[in-house]
Design a protein around this ligand. Structure first.
Ligand code: SF4
Length: 97
């Protein structure tokens, strides 16, 4: 956890959404999130099939590694991940889980 950052949002109200056509697995979100919401993973064949052509090329070029939201209930809406992502692949949405 990044102790230098204070997130004051109520946990679990929103959660990040990863745009699978944009994520290039650079891991900035994993590094900056103070609450370990993200983990790196590998796209499944079903997820790969759901990508646009350019998304499939990008995913292939990065070993099909992307960020996954593994603890949506921990998100406190600080937006550090969205600001850190160089591919503009993250947004926050209401957490309906
Ligand atoms: S907004 Fe992003 S960085 Fe902040 S707590 Fe939620 S997932 Fe982590």
């Amino acid at each position: 956890m990044n102790e230098a950052v204070e997130c004051r949002g109520e946990p679990g109200k929103v959660a990040p959404v990863v745009d699978r056509n944009r994520c290039e697995g650079k891991e900035d979100c994993v590094r900056v999130c103070p609450y370990d919401v993200f983990k790196m993973g590998t796209l499944t064949s079903v997820e790969r099939k759901g990508l646009r052509f350019i998304g499939r090329i990008k995913a292939w070029a990065h070993g099909n590694r992307q960020a996954y939201v593994v603890k949506p209930e921990a998100c406190r809406a600080c937006q550090l991940c969205a600001e850190a992502c160089p591919e503009d692949a993250l947004s926050l949405a209401p957490n309906l889980a």
